[in-house]
Write a protein that binds this ligand. Sequence first.
Ligand code: 13P
Length: 255
Amino acid sequence: MLVPRSVPAVVVAGNWKMHVSPDDAREFLDAFSPRRGPGRPQVAVFPPAISLLAAVTSAPSWLAIGTQNIHWEARGAFTGEVSAPLALAAGATHTLVGHSERRHLFGETDSDVARKTAAAVHHGLVPTVCVGETLAERHAGRVSEVILRQLDAALECLAGQETQFLLAYEPVWAIGTGETATPQDATEAHSVLRHRMREQLGDRADQVSILYGGSVKPDNAAELMAADDVDGVLVGGASLDPVSFVRIVDAAPDR
Ligand code: 13P
């Protein structure tokens, strides 16, 4: 479990998307050995559901494992879905909610994301709520409006709770494209999110890690994680190879 602190922890997370079989997960974790010790970042991976158990059983105790998505109901006739209680029973401690691929490819709405966030919190899975604008929205000057609308929907169910959660700012145009937001772009968006959380959550907002995601690679990770208000990264493609993911984890600042 990632432990809450008075300043946001640095978190480096890998979203394996629809890659990594159970055997691949075991092989990855055998080879995955970033620098550990006081001040080193918290690390999590989000395998596909089919490989969750293999990851849980092969993971060292310092590595958090999460699902990429959950359903808001605890059980029922929802073919193909995974609930928070099932994820917890398989050993997950975390879940992504509202990833842009869920929103844009599978039609998830802000209210779906809010229900999933509420389910995660209710059952004791730590949600990482993902927000981010499309290129058209950025060009139209709507970055703050879009990410605040997405954040507000999730905050409604988080405001009254003492539970831990994380945010990930992932501009859609930077995901899987090789286009990375500049550290300044990330800081600007993260400060907008932090400011709104302070209004809604008070001092608790300062404990929430805000991760940047979108074409994070070993070569740009240190610069992104050194930017103000960037408390870590959520990595897609470059988290699939243990050598490259170790380089990203090792690029995180001590905190
Ligand atoms: P890439 O790092 O492949 O751009 O993916 C980012 C992402 O979507 C992480 O959730």
